[in-house]
Design a protein around this ligand. Structure first.
Ligand code: HEM
Length: 207
């Protein structure tokens, strides 16, 4: 029984559970404001934050499992692909809410965006689509291991940068937004420490 319960939090089922939960919560949030533009904007902010959490879990998984192998980090490492695809689903809802915002309140939407948000956000979405499309066994194999690694490494760091810019630019108006940078810096630091740790034994042996 515990195994079947556990299975809902593993693999593609994890994506189904988390994805449907995000969708239900987004509809609920928009519904609280009678599906008016304020509710839609709340969904944009909500999915930006759920995306941040899911992205950080996926992008830190290998580093955490290497530095602190335990049941939680092994689960995270084992499921990082599904956490990554759930991040893409969360950003899919972000995109739908953005489109709804643009249609419902063109003037407010124009004030909330700029050419830079289209350029950097557009690249962000291209990266998310490319990474998601190559998150299946067959497409990953077709791309080849080294191109896959490069795409997911460069894409991951681009998204980290994009999150930092999107949250960071709001800090002058809302200083508490600086808190959102903490998980991003932590993920970056963990990856650097893990990379250094992976290199250390080889250096010692060589000496
Ligand atoms: C063309 C693509 C994109 C457009 C047009 C866009 C548009 C928007 C808009 C209009 C808001 C503000 C909502 C409001 O003030 O009510 C917003 C918030 C945000 N977006 Fe996007 N976005 C795009 C892509 C992305 C990407 C790729 C990321 C991250 C990888 C991202 C992360 C964020 C974040 C962090 C916020 C702030 C949420 C908050 O205030 O808590 N966006 N976006």
């Amino acid at each position: 029984m515990s195994e079947s319960r556990q299975n809902w939090f593993e693999g593609w089922r994890l994506l189904a559970v988390l994805g449907l939960t995000l969708l239900a919560l987004s509809v609920w949030i928009a519904g609280m404001q009678q599906f008016e533009v304020d509710g839609v904007r709340m969904v944009i902010r909500f999915t930006a934050r759920t995306s941040l959490l899911l992205f950080c879990l996926a992008f830190s998984a290998a580093a955490l499992a290497r530095l602190w192998p335990n049941a939680w980090t092994r689960w995270q490492r084992r499921n990082r692909r599904y956490l990554g695809v759930t991040f893409a689903a969360s950003h899919g809802i972000h995109a739908i809410a953005i489109a709804a915002f643009a249609m419902m309140d063109p003037a407010g939407y124009a004030a909330a965006t700029s050419p830079a948000s289209y350029i950097f956000g557009g690249i962000g979405y291209a990266v998310i689509i490319a990474m998601t499309a190559t998150s299946f066994d067959r497409s990953a194999k077709a791309l080849g291991a080294s191109a896959w690694r490069r795409l997911h490494l460069i894409g991951g760091y681009y998204l980290l940068f994009q999150f930092a810019v999107s949250f960071g630019k709001r800090i002058p108006d809302m200083p508490l937004y600086a808190l959102f940078l903490i998980p991003l810096l932590a993920v970056f630091a963990l990856r650097m420490i893990s990379m250094a740790a992976a290199r250390t034994p080889r250096t010692v042996q060589a000496g």
